[in-house]
Design a protein around this ligand. Structure first.
Ligand code: TXA
Ligand code: MG
Length: 602
């Protein structure tokens, strides 16, 4: 389904803005689509009775229309208006768990449009417990059909920024209610019969449901028979998938999961906290167990790196695992690893809470593979593993040297969508600043434009404007660039270096750049010698690659350094060859440069 932008900008409404919330409710009743927070994930709401409005939701999400939407209400009294029958079983679950993270499937009433239920004669009903959701749904007064507010197939959003990331310009507004409490979608239970069938596991667990039944047990929905209409049609689609490949690292057998049993057991290693210092305090048994948990991450990372030395690996893991990595201090491994720490390793509710944002965060860090902590056992682990398996349930093996699948083009967020922005800048230096450094500046500028906008890699709601410039150690000011190099760069990127005038590098120029990259090693060396106080930010292309663990070998196993002979006076082919080589190196170094500048791609 074609996605068409409808607005310049999606409004971001603060949860304290009562007037804004009422305005959103009015727009929803008039047929618009509104993003809103719930305790599970953010939803994309519309009037469930209005088929045309529902179509807009499917369109904004790029979602197949045979996947029904859940109806949200702000008041239990609304249930009788939107269903044709409340079975005793349904009533029991409503009494026990609503408002809360549960969706009860019942026979639908005629007022709910067929678009909402995708032609089914049942409807999923959910009353969120989140106070902002409640206020908004009460103001709407109509049943609100809402799927999770992500692009179809992507991880569900658990913050307003993630909704904007996928939906900016496609919906009228999103209400910012902060972080979602649970982070995984509601438990969907079919209550049309006498036995509850759990169609999708969630924070209300099977044990929770069993505890309110008068005898009998809830059953987990079995595998989907191809020919039948699946009971939860959504479950057949690929879900929650980041662009990176996800692999699940199993918890070793026998590891106890925090809070997994009714007694709220603490899990064996949950006493461990997150710093290297704290690790030293572990007992031998605890340390042994930790090594068991961390080793699958390390072994798999090494395996991946041995087949692809450029791989970037994301870890979705607990704090003890990060501390183990810090303690090992393996330079190569660390240079290739990005962490997203959810809390203590055994804490499945923290892992669930952070999962979707974690997958999105690691995507922004441009990792190729995400190794995520797995959990065994019952309870919330079932819901967590259900989402994680779907996120990983895809794709070809990571083949060495294979480019990763292209990301679908995303609409860049305008910088003013960020709370704050800062600037960062990289300087390219050679001798004359008429050829190689100009080539790097120009190519870098194209890459920056192609990948913008950028956020801070620490605060996702802070934007970063990245600049690049060039200078020469022995340059004369105001010389025209080399015309052959201009032609070569134009051939690669469409835009040459004509507009760049040479200038001599000086301390003021060094000062306003956050990273200084020289073409050759001697140039970096001479800058550092003259200005030792800035040595932290000066590298040659080669030393920068090495500092990031990028050790490249040629076919005879010799370590390659980035040496770029000066093409001055040679024929055009030599210029073109040089410019192409610089472009190739820059493409490899690009994510590392961005990272060094404190930024990340969105
Ligand atoms: O926590 C949640 O449930 C979130 C928030 C926004 O409330 N919503 C959500 O919606 O996750 P969505 O559309 O992403 O997932 C709804 C799931 C789908 O798997 C769908 O197939 C299933 O519920 N579902 C909806 N109506 C159904 C019905 N009548 N019968 C069976 N399954 C249904
Ligand atoms: Mg969803």
């Amino acid at each position: 389904m074609e996605r068409v932008k409808k607005y310049d900008k999606t409004l971001l409404i603060d949860s304290s803005d009562s007037k804004g919330i009422k305005d959103c409710a009015r727009h929803l009743v008039n047929g618009e689509v509104i993003g809103f927070p719930t305790e599970t994930v953010y939803g994309l709401g519309c009037d469930a009775r209005n088929g045309e409005a529902v179509k807009k939701v499917f369109e904004a999400k790029g979602r197949p229309a045979d996947n029904p939407l859940i109806c949200h209400i702000g008041d239990k009294d609304q249930i009788k208006d939107i269903v044709s029958e409340i079975t005793p079983l349904a009533q029991r679950l409503i009494d026990a768990f609503m408002p809360g993270p549960i969706t009860v499937v019942m026979k639908k009433a005629a007022c709910i449009s067929d678009e909402t239920t995708a032609g089914l004669d049942t409807v999923g009903v959910r009353m969120p417990s989140n106070p902002v959701a409640n206020k908004f749904l009460k103001a709407c007064g109509v049943p609100v059909a809402a799927p999770s507010a992500n692009l179809s197939g992507r991880p569900s959003p658990t913050g307003a920024r993630s909704v904007l990331e996928d939906m900016d310009g496609y919906i009228y507004a999103v209400i910012d209610g902060g972080d979602s409490e649970f982070g995984l979608e509601s438990t969907v239970v079919d209550c049309t019969g006498t036995t509850p069938v759990i169609l999708r596991p969630g924070a209300v667990t099977k044990a929770d449901i069993d505890s309110v039944l008068k005898g009998g047990e809830a059953v987990m929905s079995g595998s989907l028979a191809d020919k039948e209409t699946p009971k939860a049609p959504g479950m057949k689609y690929r879900h929650y998938a980041p662009y990176a490949q996800v692999e699940i690292m199993k918890m070793p057998e026998g590891t106890k999961i925090e809070g997994d049993d009714a007694m709220g057991s603490d899990g064996k290693i949950s006493g461990a906290t997150c710093t290297v210092e704290d690790l030293k305090k572990l007992s031998d048994d605890e340390a042994k167990e930790l090594v068991n948990i961390v080793s699958p991450f390390i072994l798999r990372s090494r395996e991946i790196l041995s087949s692809n030395p450029f791989a970037r690996i994301g870890l979705y893991c607990g704090s003890e695992i990060k501390a183990m990595y810090d303690k090992m201090n393996d330079k190569i491994l660390s240079a290739h690893t990005e962490f997203c720490v959810y809390g203590k390793t055994v804490d499945v509710s923290a892992a669930s809470h952070g999962l979707f944002e974690g997958l999105r965060y690691l995507d922004v860090q441009e990792v190729d593979v995400i190794l995520a902590q797995g959990f065994d056992g019952e309870g919330l682990s079932v819901a967590y593993m259900n989402r994680l398996s779907k996120a990983s349930g895809k794709k070809e093996e990571l083949t060495p040297g294979m480019p990763k699948p292209a990301r679908p083009s995303r609409t860049p967020l305008p910088l003013d969508a960020f709370k704050d922005t800062f600037t960062a800048s990289v300087l390219f230096v050679d001798d004359n600043n008429t050829s190689l450094s100009c080539c790097l500046e120009s190519l870098m500028r194209r890459m920056l434009e192609k990948n913008e906008p950028y956020t801070s890699n620490r605060e996702s709601d802070t934007g970063v404007e990245i600049y690049c410039e060039s200078a020469g150690l022995t340059a004369m000011d105001g010389m025209d660039p080399d015309s052959q190099m201009d032609k070569a760069v134009k051939e690669i990127s469409g835009i040459g270096i004509n507009s760049i005038e040479s200038r001599r590098a000086n301390p003021a120029i060094y000062d306003c750049n956050d990273l200084i990259l020289t073409v050759r090693d001697e140039q970096a060396f001479s800058i550092i010698k003259a200005f030792p106080e800035i040595k932290e930010k000066v590298f040659s292309l080669s030393t920068f690659a090495a500092a990031n663990g990028l050790v490249m070998k040629d076919s005879s196993g010799k370590v390659m350094s980035i040496s770029v002979p000066d093409p001055t006076g040679e024929n055009f082919e030599t210029y073109l060859h040089t410019a192409k080589a610089l472009n190739a190196w820059l493409e490899i170094l690009f994510p590392y440069i961005i990272k060094e500048l404190g930024a990340a791609r969105i």
